[in-house]
Design a protein around this ligand. Structure first.
Ligand SMILES: [Zn+2]
Length: 392
């Protein structure tokens, strides 16, 4: 149909042409017609033109000129004389039992990834359930069937699903690609063990390094199931541990110096070289008011310095022991010192390959964003797909 040639071109669905258009205020419907006379029988490969029956279809497609766009066509069933059975003609642009095209599915997937579900819902006029099912279908098609196939460095991290609630999940990250290999529903030793045990022996054997947090039972499971992996405690978690104890100390000191320590949290927490001028002034005020906090802050910074400036495990180990001796003398960070002594071997494994959790940290931030955007997941499986898909 020459009058719809431009539309056919624009639509770009092979072997179909536009033969009619219906407009309404919000949408337009394009009538399509197959250009071929028959189809190839999927059983025997014979080309058949005997029409058996027609199925009317209406599917949603990408918007056109800002309007929702629907495609109306018939799906033909041909009769194969060779097999003496009918078959449906293959459709490349829409999957069976779906009322939207493949490219619409991909487009919604991308939009959900980049925006929040509420805005996609509003823009597309779809229901939450529709969006969710489209997203899930596309995610399942895109997620690699074996994300552990080439995984050599694994990050294991926990993240809370809902703020303030003790509802944690375990994120398994490929530290080389930054992709999430899996999300486990509970952060238990057993969950991790059963997931790793599912992997084929070769997949487990090829994992060279695992980055974990301290104080968790994960190291035990990894030692048990990943025979060739060096276990490294993330330096990020080491700093997190000392900062936690530093915060308690600051709060104690604050009772005696409420004025000087007002708003000192970030000044103490941030890397010293990144402080703004105001924060530097705050730090100076803290130093003057509390010699204890001054010492604690210097110890925290020197600990960070060790991670940044040493290149061998041996040297770093020496320095960490020296650091511990000073902290001991000053009666500071008793809890952290204990932790450090206990995990020293694994903490200093960091210096072999400098495996940082920078990746894991990035993953955490992205997941926080997902949690904010996707108000309430219907179930854990959807949350899992959402997280994995975010890193594809
Ligand atoms: Zn046949």
């Amino acid at each position: 149909m020459a009058e719809y040639e431009v539309l056919t071109h624009l639509l770009a669905i092979p072997h179909y042409e536009v033969v009619g258009v219906t407009f309404s205020k919000e949408s337009l419907t394009l009538d399509l017609q197959a250009t071929g006379e028959g189809g190839i029988c999927p059983r025997c490969g014979q080309f058949c033109t005997t029409l058996h029956e027609n199925h009317a279809r209406l599917v949603r497609d990408l918007p056109l000129s800002g309007k929702a766009c629907y495609l109306r066509f018939v799906r033909r069933r041909f009769f194969c004389s060779h097999c003496a059975r009918p078959f449906s003609e293959p459709l490349d642009f829409v999957e069976d039992h779906r009322d939207y095209t493949r490219r619409y599915q991909a487009w919604i997937f991308q939009q959900v990834k980049e925006n929040n579900i509420a805005s996609v819902k509003r823009l597309e006029g779809l229901t939450f359930d529709q969006i969710e099912s489209i997203f899930v279908a596309e995610a399942q098609a895109r997620i690699p069937s074996n994300p552990f196939a080439n995984l050599k460095r694994l990050g294991i991290d926990e993240i809370s699903m809902r703020k303030g609630k003790r509802n944690f999940v375990l994120i398994l990250t490929n530290l080389d690609t930054g992709q999430v290999a899996d999300v486990l529903e509970k952060r238990t030793k057993e969950k991790l063990r059963s997931r790793l045990a599912q992997l084929p022996k070769e997949a487990r054997a090829q994992i060279e390094e695992v980055a974990i947090d301290m104080g968790e039972p994960y190291s035990e499971v990894c030692e048990e199931l990943l025979p060739n992996a060096t276990i490294t405690v993330d330096r990020f978690h080491v700093m997190q541990a000392i900062n936690k104890e530093g915060k308690v100390l600051k709060n104690q000191e604050k009772k005696q110096h409420p004025e000087a320590l007002k708003g000192a949290h970030y000044a103490l927490l941030k890397n010293q070289e990144d402080l703004t001028e105001t924060q530097q002034e705050t730090l100076h005020r803290v130093y003057e008011a509390s010699p204890t906090l001054k010492m604690a802050h210097r110890l925290k910074e020197s600990l960070r310095h060790i991670f940044e400036c040493f290149s061998t495990k041996e040297k770093a180990m020496q320095r960490l022991k020296k650091w511990t001796a000073i902290a001991h003398q000053e009666h500071l960070f008793p809890k952290f010192r204990k932790t450090l002594a206990h995990w020293l071997e694994k903490i200093t494994n960091y210096f072999h390959r400098r495996t940082t959790s920078g990746m894991v940290e990035g993953v955490n931030n992205k997941i926080k964003l997902i949690k904010r955007r996707a108000f309430g997941f219907r179930n854990f499986e959807h949350f899992r797909l959402r997280v994995i898909a975010a890193f594809l």
